[in-house]
Design a protein around this ligand. Sequence first.
Ligand code: ARG
Length: 562
Amino acid sequence: MKYKHDFANHLYKELEGKLDKKEIINLIEKPKHAQMGDMAFPCFELAKLLRKSPQLIASDIACDIESSLFEKIEAVGGYVNVFLNKQKVSSEIIKEIIKKQHHYGDLNLGNNGVVTIDFSSPNIAKPFSMGHLRSTVIGNALAHITEKCGYRVVRINHLGDWGTQFGKLITAYKKWGNEEEVKQNPIKTLLAYYVKFHDEAEKDSELENEGRYWFKKLEDGDQEAVKLWKWFRDESLKEFSRIYTLLNISFDSYHGEAFYNDKMDRIVQILEGKNLLVESDSAQVVPLENEDLPPCLIKKSDGATLYATRDLAAALYRQETYHFTKSLYVVGNEQSLHFKQVFTVLEKMGYKWASGMTHIAFGMMLKEGKKMSTRKGKVVLLEEVLEEAISLACQTIEEKNPSLQNKNEVAAQVGVGAVMFHDLKNYRMNDIEFSLEDMLKFDGETGPYVQYTHARACSLLRKGEFKLSNHDFVIDDDQSWPVVTMLREFPDVIERAVEKYDPSQIAKYVVDLSQAFNKYYGNVRILEEDGQKEARLAVVYTVMVVLKEGLRLLGISAPEEM
Ligand code: ARG
């Protein structure tokens, strides 16, 4: 927190080395109520050390500190409460934001180190599920947030483009497939073949063998199998990229599971060389009982490799290619055992960098309290959801602002932003209830509410003809203080968000800043020509900058009019 250090310095001097500066900083709190000041220092720990009552210590300290930074210092119930000098602090913060613009809140925690983020990673020939949407939205936000904190980010889409299911799919296609049908509607059609395969396999067990046979052929590079697989992959990617375009998300790498096919022998060799591999039921596994985990399956009895084998190869490849300091995997909660196993095997292999790997888990998307599943025909097609959100946003805009110029563009920004915000405002581990209606409300804790507040600020700046060149203002109204207090907190919020890999910190923050700003807007006449107009507009301007930057970190656009 800005000014925390100033307060800590004063306390340090007063306490004559009884506590070191870091301890003091850790003790300083934000009071629960604004009437109790802007920062508070509790004296209870000192009481034991000094054998004096906390009340007495607090009032001694409060009497002695003198600084133009503080308007008032009080000792209340064992706390030293300080009130910042509003005029001075407001002017400083506002000027800092005007100077730094969207770089306000940039932190250098990463020292330019590389973070790889594995996110989205949908499965070929399957619909883009709600789980993949969550991974996409959370991963994208974390990419922006870590970048803001001084890391170099590599965005990786680890496509699920390999595995026994492709043997089944090829079998199904050869039996019942139709080229035209696939071309017209690739994912829906391929999914239908896959579902049919499972239905038929229940009656005819020979089908499973055929599926295994074709996967083996695929692994051995059989021309026909590879050609079909490539085609399924290309068609699926076309559909996925439409979604990424809508969401305004891009990747640095699309190396999926198949990319690691020729890199797994090496993994098996290293594991053998380190005596980590054991035969169990004619499969090759790494036993992990000492770590209280089930064994990690590396190779099946027929020689086929597995999901985990590919993840081991991918981890090694990423370290050798990008030299990451951190490597994040944004994948649903249900895969937490898989990642524990993979990370543990890497540690057993002796790779120190494995300590930089983290599974960023998240909960489920529910509809009426139940998991939204792609199986049993209950397919919720993401593209349809996004399109519906956009058309609902369009309706609202039509009602509220029918003369808006670029209506369709804004409707897309609002509709898509609403879906993303609804996800990101919840702590990622929580399950979330899917409700288009809730997402698209223009009031309450929604994306459109924050976007609308930003647009309101833009409109005030236009009407007031605000000029950035004018730096000659003094912020001198009590009404703006809650807004300035929020603006002051932005860098801390970013730090918390990156430490906990938690974009909801930022989502909640932009809602709170919007609320503080809308209250300010309701209480003062911003455009009144009373000599304070420029100062008020400067507050409006900085709110606009910070809301826009906050939304950008979440991956959401901020239209200037809506
Ligand atoms: N394709 C997988 C799935 O849909 C997710 C992949 C996550 N990334 C990874 N490196 N395992 O379940």
